[in-house]
Design a protein around this ligand. Sequence first.
Ligand code: SAH
Ligand code: SF4
Ligand code: F3S
Length: 460
Amino acid sequence: MKAHMITYGCQMNEYDTHTVQSQLVSLGADMVHSVDEADFVLINTCAIRGRPVNKVRSLLGDLRKLKTRRPIVVGMMGCLAQLQEGQDMAEEYGVDVLIGPGSLLEIGRVLENNEKFWALNFRDELHDHIPPPPPQGTLQAHLTIMRGCDHHCTYCIVPQTRGPQVSRHPDSILRELDTLLAAGVQEVTLLGQNVNAYGFDQGARMAGLPTFADLLRLVGRTGIRRVKFTTSHPMNFTEDVAMAMADTPAICEFIHLPMQSGSNRVLRRMAREYTREQYLQHIADIRKHLPNAVLSTDVIVGFPGETEEDFQQTLDLYDEVGYDQAFMFIYSARPGTPSHKHFEDLPKELKTERLGRLVELQKQWSQRRNAALVGSAQEVLLRGDAVTEGFLEGHTRGNHPVVVPKALGADAAGVYTARIEHATPHMMYGKLLDAHGQELPELPKLTPEAAAMTNPLQMA
Ligand code: SAH
Ligand code: SF4
Ligand code: F3S
């Protein structure tokens, strides 16, 4: 079987795609790079907002047309697959295979007899499953430390798609990390919907699992170079997490702490279970232990009932914190969530206008924060070639995207030191340094003529 996967959604979905892909390969399937080459197309879906749902719908429409021309098995997995909305869509578009986020390991059934099947249970074996390591030389990897979510934020569909929270045993996490280290991974991102609640679900408490702060210390001592984590929910954040970050050198000084809104009234309606004041206290704790912490957040603009004054409080909170980075979303009413059922949506134009103002403010903060790093030396993980010929791209420990010209002895993916020369709100430009902080000689750039010689298409 030739299988092709298309992934929407967050890092958890990317991680799940990796798990399913490796499962398929171990059972004899070939992974191919396009729908055209495939006889099994599997879409890993997201249901967080209307837009990813619509994308899946249009893709399913295309695949249904394709099905009339040649035999092809179509599958849907991920968050949307777990919802009635997704199941209705699957019926409508003649989807053959439906797999929820809790039953990934059942994917093998598709190779057995090409039967149509739906697998939507939350199965325990997933929690101890260790996917095969990525290819040798992979620099970055994700590692799921928990699944599901026990919160009930009124706008959010995730508790319905990914079920209740289950923390993974540290032994299983560390065993997976060993396989990543053996493959050469330099940076691992620990994943969970609410990593600060790690160890607090009932099963975890019964098994005596450590707190998230202690898990960070455990992971940080394994020899991995960089550790990041997401998502850190403010409600369960403790000062000990900031302390663990400060006392464990491998943990990157980067924290994504979604505030969602700066207004207590809106936070209450969202059922976020913290106040603006508590949130700011966490920021103060982080700054106390990590004066150079890079801060990032998520914000929902235009939650039902958000007044101009509420929104102003979000803008004020932005200015109080001065985020380096932010993900800003327009509220999207998700069927089946409490806010969809009980509150009336605000007009689209109003939401769009507020988003525009917030994006502008964030741009200014990102510019200011990034500019402050010009002249500093940063550890950069360079993934590989940038779009511009002769450059490498990657990111800092603080998750700033970086571009640097290739240099002697530093012309391929790897972890290096770079001096930041120039910064825009969304990108940093640097020069690679040697171990003594001296600039490495840049590689000679190809002249346009020489570049054309190496590119036969351009010659023609
Ligand atoms: N578990 C994480 C969030 C996961 S979802 C946390 O609680 O922080 C990622 C982000 O999507 C959320 O932080 C939120 O900002 C956004 N989001 C979730 N549901 C949304 C909705 N219905 N409309 C708009 N944005 C939403
Ligand atoms: Fe959704 Fe809230 Fe859970 Fe995050 S904590 S996944 S926003 S319900
Ligand atoms: Fe992630 Fe989307 Fe599910 S954001 S948890 S894939 S709904």
